[in-house]
Design a protein around this ligand. Sequence first.
Ligand code: MG
Ligand code: ZN
Length: 368
Amino acid sequence: MRIFLLPVVLLFTACTIANKTEKIDFKSITFENRPKNIIFLIGDGMALSQMSAHVYWHPKSPSIFESFPFIGFHKSYSFDDLVTDSAAGATAFSCGEKTTNAAIGVLPPDNRPCTTILEDLDKSGWATGMVVTCSAPHATPAAFIAHREMRAQTDEIAYDYLHTDLDCFIGGGEEYFDMRADKINLLDTLKKKGYVIRKNLSYNKLPLDGSAPFMMFTDKREPGTASAGRDYLPKATQVACNYLSKRSPKGFFLMVEGSQIDWACHANDRSWLRAEMQDFDETVRKALEFAANDKNTLVVVTGDHECGGLALTKTDAKMEFKSNFVVRMHTAALVPVYAYGPQAQLFSGIYENTAIYYKFREALNWSK
Ligand code: MG
Ligand code: ZN
């Protein structure tokens, strides 16, 4: 068994500099071990330029991303479009297959459903969870649990949450479950299945000992923005990690999404982007803290695509930059991937977005 000392040393150094007040105690990780748990964090619309802006917005307190020992890039294009949307982007991660834009967990040419890594792990006894800052049927979380031709089929996507025994969900979208066009109250059905349902952020009333599955809705539809004070994602991620680790002895798979980095870039809104990136940074920090203590957790952070064609251009003040957005849509830029924990070395290099799915399977030594 070989221990990769160099990355560990670098990691220690990086963290000592980065977090004078809140230092993560990265213990030596044997990268050749197998992870028990996977925390997969997706910054929607977060590629290299969003990362760059974030890094330079905080020159005196390095970002959490600078702590990762292994970094790669993925090619985000979809089945037939160099510029992906979030539905195809998330399906590439969840199923390991390229699909057409707007498709949720289904593949061309006939929209056949593909089993997602979350569904597969759930069936094999892993605990599974999703924590997001959008509504439950929004494209990214949807692609891990639903199978629909169009991302706009939000009522149908909510219905698909009944088909998988997801152990925990924290995010928006309550009304897609209990204020539906078909008048079916999905929350009643979920309660009958044993779910604890919360309609606000009340952690103390959740089955955090792992005794029951739960859905905690932060909002009726889409959650507010980080720039307007929404701040639940870091704590919710920490709570979900601790809960899921008690939920199954086999391990857990948790998908966390900083959903609104993308929305800020569509809006070409610099201060919104800055707030969302800071929120996501704090969230990644919570995941790393859990993994550093646990030592059996692989943490992978990436985006699904770039958004806004963000460029950091020169201003009169020499150490400041102007954020110039070229478009209000996504672009085809490569997207960085950051990894820490057992098998993190698999994530170095340049590869397809679909490869992330296979790297997860390889990390778990779980062939298909
Ligand atoms: Mg998304
Ligand atoms: Zn978008």
